[in-house]
Design a protein around this ligand. Structure first.
Ligand SMILES: *Cc1c(COP(=O)(O)O)cnc(C)c1O
Length: 425
């Protein structure tokens, strides 16, 4: 555990959070390099018995500092936009390790990805495939593709992040996949090399992954019968934070080993995973300052300087994040300003949905800091300037050292791209 208390103060590895926030201000995202590396190595180790590759889902946290650590560890990248492609190119990752997902790829994004020789397009509709074919033909490049199939599997997660159901906008219907592959294989500038799925996010139950993998293997078998040599099976991301990575890897490995035993003559394939949350969520915390303690009729509010603009997940998904004090005072020191209460922790944004946690017992006082845990994924990547608040800084801690991986924004940055209108009189 790389976030822990030493002498009542919270530390990231060997760096004091209080010292960081006093130096850089708040709100502040702080990441532990050690925790990120450990999560990556757990994935690697859990799949060591089969050919595999791990592609980090960039949208979880696209900071260049995070991407470059993952690149050094050997990860590939799963991108969903031209902007994410630009980030991955910027850190100098091997382009063959880039997978391009998403339902709405524009002609410009497809062109940029083809010219960068990315490893695979994950195609989500027939019109998208036709668009890729026509752009690839014009550029005289063969596009490596996988269809993202929709295995119609229900998961127990928030409806906004369930993607593998028949009625969702994602992927192609499973029953149509064989026909799509056979048609695609006849196109001049398309090379089907993989089968993909991604059934949703924050899934803490192994059965849906196992069912999805079974469907991928079944399709793999059918395609082989038609002489389509598929080299990659991509199970997507989506692992939640309470299921051990090791158990997840074990379930995948044993399903694949069973398959290999049942069909010993099958050609080799590489299993691909696209974890985002499971790699980076726990490695990050959001540090925020307590501005006010406020008592209303029935409720106590702890008003902090981070809000839905800084961490949107509670407001958007009703997500639960553990919230702990940076200075832990278990003995309730004789401090009249310190008030132990059940608090709603809310931000400064002018919206009633602006909360970070509800009904949390805390012993705190104004001016102190709180740490919101497991904020490394979909925290900063969803942050906005709403209410004209600059984005927070980001710090990456490595043992006793740290570096700023995103600098302070100024008020000027908020409107630097805007123009006053000079109307003609
Ligand atoms: C978002 C996404 C992921 C990552 O999901 P996590 O829940 O963060 O693991 C992986 N693959 C695709 C296609 C995605 O859209």
């Amino acid at each position: 555990m790389s976030f822990s208390y030493k002498n009542k103060f919270l530390f990231a590895e060997a760096v004091s959070i209080r010292a960081l926030v006093e130096q850089y201000g708040s709100p502040l995202y702080v990441y532990s390099k050690q925790m990120l590396c450990e999560a990556y190595q757990q994935f690697s180790k859990a799949l060591s018995g089969i050919p595999h590759h791990i592609h980090y889902a960039v949208k979880a946290n696209p900071n260049l500092g995070i991407l470059s650590e993952l690149n050094h560890l050997g990860a590939g990248f799963d991108i969903v936009s031209g902007g994410e492609l630009a980030r991955v190119l910027e850190i100098g990752a091997p382009t063959s390790h880039i997978i391009f997902s998403g339902v709405g790829k524009s002609p410009q994004e497809i062109t940029e990805a083809l010219l960068s020789s990315i490893g695979c397009f994950q195609v989500e509709s027939w019109p998208e495939l036709e668009r890729i074919q026509s752009i690839a033909a014009r550029l005289n490049i063969v596009a490596p593709v996988a269809f993202r199939v929709n295995p119609d599997i229900a998961i127990d997660s928030h409806p906004y992040i369930s993607t593998g159901l028949r009625e969702s906008k994602f992927g192609i219907p499973f029953e149509m996949a064989l026909g799509y592959y056979l048609q695609a294989a006849r196109l001049s500038h398309i090379a089907p090399i993989g089968i993909a799925c991604h059934i949703g996010s924050n899934i803490n139950n192994l059965a849906p992954f196992d069912q999805a993998l079974e469907k991928l293997l079944d399709l793999f078998k059918q395609l082989l019968k038609h002489n389509l040599a598929i080299r990659y099976l991509n199970l997507g991301g989506g692992l939640g934070l309470t299921t051990p990575i090791q158990a997840y890897g074990q379930a995948i490995q044993s399903r694949i080993q069973d398959f290999k035993q049942a069909y010993p003559d099958m050609p080799q394939f590489t299993l691909i995973l696209e974890p985002g949350r499971a790699l980076i969520a726990k490695a990050g915390i959001l540090v925020t300052k307590i501005e006010y303690l406020k008592t209303m009729d029935q409720k106590q509010f702890c008003i902090v300087d981070a809000g839905m603009n800084t961490l949107m997940r509670p407001a958007l998904y009703d997500a639960y994040h553990e919230i702990i004090p940076v200075y832990q005072d278990q003995e309730q020191e004789q401090d009249p300003n310190r008030i132990a209460q059940i608090y709603d922790i809310v931000g400064p944004i002018c919206e009633s949905g602006d909360f970070l946690g509800k009904e949390r017992p805390l012993s705190v006082r104004m001016g102190e800091y709180l740490a919101i845990l497991s904020a490394g994924a979909y925290g900063m990547s969803m942050a906005s300037h709403y209410n004209s608040r600059p984005l927070p800084m980001e710090i990456l801690v490595d043992k006793q050292t740290h570096c700023v991986i995103r600098a302070q924004e100024s008020y000027r940055d908020l409107f630097a791209k805007e123009h006053l209108i000079h109307l003609l009189k």
